[in-house]
Design a protein around this ligand. Structure first.
Ligand code: AMP
Length: 226
């Protein structure tokens, strides 16, 4: 086993729509550590016109999880890459108990100690509204919301000036309901697992994006800046 590594190694967890991805992107901008979103990796994979790509695309549209084997392989090779050596924000992984147990083994082998597992807590009634209204710029990926975060100029991305936007195919009511059920059955036990390990921290995710980000910075000891 190698010596313990310095850096910021965190897991962002919570129900779909709790703001994991948004907050992970903000934290990445401040700390420059690698943001590793298994959902984004899978969506990219699901666009491929291959049997596995098509199968995965259908599973994601139904709100089903990808297999543990596939996800674990993806994460294992990704965290060995150079940009993850001094830290990472795991967003959407682990989502099942086998994934949590493998992560623990994997990190012990690499001499990495998690700073914490941060659960962003948001009640279900807010989640549905957040997910059904969200969309993003097709060019740069900046996130928006029909009600809570509109571009300053209608139809134009604040960040890059892009004019084409997209919504995730799995952001519809039926799929979100399935994703919430999977969260309770499969992901919630991982939160209890990390609590038993003394690694769990929780943050109220119902405020504005900036307010939640500030609270996360305090928990992680990161300078907030403006
Ligand atoms: P997210 O972008 O984190 O909301 O993930 C989108 C979808 O990708 C989820 O609803 C799952 O179907 C799938 N997914 C993402 N991460 C995982 C994971 N760790 N294990 C299994 N499926 C996952």
């Amino acid at each position: 086993m190698s010596a313990s590594r310095e850096g910021l190694f965190v897991v962002f967890t919570g129900a779909p729509g709790c703001g994991k991805g948004t907050q992970a992107r903000i934290l990445k901008q401040k700390t420059h550590v690698c943001h590793l979103s298994t959902g984004e990796m899978l969506r990219e994979f699901a666009q491929k016109d291959t049997p596995l790509g098509r199968e995965l695309n259908a599973a994601l549209e139904r709100g089903e999880f990808a297999t543990d084997d596939m996800i674990i392989e993806m994460v294992k090779s990704r965290i060995d890459e150079a940009d993850c050596q001094h830290g990472f924000i795991l967003d959407g992984f682990p989502r099942t108990m086998p994934q949590a147990e493998i992560l623990e083994e994997m990190l012990a082998e690499k001499g990495i100690k998690l700073n914490c597992v941060l659960e962003i807590q948001v009640p279900d009634e807010i989640i549905m509204e957040r997910i059904l209204g969200r969309y993003s710029c097709m060019k740069c990926g900046a996130g928006y919301h029909d009600k809570f975060q509109r571009p300053k100029i209608y139809g134009v991305c604040d960040a890059c000036g892009g004019t084409e936007f997209t919504r995730r195919k799995d952001d519809n009511r039926t799929t979100v309901q399935n994703r919430l059920v999977n969260y309770r059955l499969l992901t919630y036990p991982t939160i209890q697992f990390f609590e038993r390990r003394g690694l769990l921290k929780t943050v109220d995710g119902t405020g504005t994006i900036e307010a939640v980000s500030k609270k996360i910075d305090q928990i992680l000891g990161v300078e907030s800046g403006n």
